[in-house]
Ligand binder design. Structure first.
Ligand code: IPE
Ligand code: IPE
Ligand code: MG
Length: 250
């Protein structure tokens, strides 16, 4: 198991192969600038585009961003509507450039709750970039890690009941962590090497609980809209100074 967890290191450059980001601090950024929340989310989208470009230029293989959680529905209807409207604008506006840069986009999260327009725009983006071979950009939308794990557990039960897991032996004895991972949104994606949380909070907020078992955590007080490629470089520097042991002696 340890070799699988460690497998994502980008051997050539030593960079993290998979960087995950909790894009937090849009609301406080807006407040500090005396602007409505919507402007904070808009500035956050700009920051996201800058970080996608930079990650792609650096040759990072996977970038996963937390854009909207299953808990974020608790916010006012106007704020939620604004976030999804911005998403539409940015997905449409950036699609060609993402595609030109060979970025492959997908979504982690329950898409059942999206409006038809949002679902169609995301579907088009995923479809258009599906054959690209550069950076893989995973957008977590209506994503919650507990919901993801619970849905995976239910899907395993359904497959077991339908007799599709017979190959794993009696009592699913051979059904291991790797097999379970295939039921998550992140199926086939190596675990994040580096998890970054800007915005000053020091918590995980229901993000990739399974996948970050051995990720290096880097926190920053910079609010997400102010997060630039320089901040990403600093986080990667910090990551490179860490000694990863995966429970062993290193
Ligand atoms: C993150 O910024 C964006 C989403 C959660 C959708 P916030 O809106 O949480 O910003 P703060 O934490 O209130 O500053
Ligand atoms: C985490 O930020 C979710 C996203 C960045 C999408 P929140 O602002 O929702 O997290 P809490 O509420 O501070 O834990
Ligand atoms: Mg927040």
């Amino acid at each position: 198991m340890a070799t699988e967890i460690a497998a994502c290191e980008n051997g050539r450059t030593g960079l993290p192969g998979h960087v995950a980001v909790i894009m937090d601090g849009n609301g406080r950024w807006a407040e500090r600038h005396g602007l409505p929340k919507y402007r904070g989310h808009e500035a956050g989208m700009d920051a996201m585009i800058g970080i996608v470009r930079h990650a792609s230029d650096l040759g990072i293989r996977h970038l996963t961003v937390y854009a909207f959680s299953t808990e974020n529905w608790k916010r006012g209807a106007e704020e939620v509507k604004g976030i999804f409207q911005l998403l539409l604008v940015y997905v449409r506006r950036e699609l060609d450039e993402l595609h030109r840069n060979n970025v492959k986009v997908d979504v982690f999260g329950d898409r059942g709750a999206f409006s038809k327009t949002v679902a169609a725009a995301l579907g088009k983006t995923i479809e258009k970039t599906s054959k690209n071979t550069g950076l893989r950009f995973h957008i977590c939308l209506n994503y919650g890690s507990r919901a993801e794990i619970l849905a995976a557990a239910k899907a395993v039960c359904a497959d077991a009941e339908a007799g599709r897991l017979g190959g794993y032996g009696p009592g699913l004895a051979g059904f291991d962590e790797e097999a379970f991972s295939e039921y998550l949104y992140s199926a086939g994606v190596p675990d994040p090497d580096l998890l970054i949380r800007p915005g000053g909070e020091k918590r995980i907020s229901n993000f990739l609980l399974w996948q970050t078992a051995y990720s290096e955590l880097v926190f920053s007080d910079v609010l997400w809209p102010d997060y630039t490629p320089r901040e990403l470089d600093a986080a990667i520097e910090e990551y490179l100074s860490r000694k990863r042991r995966f429970g062993g002696r290193g």
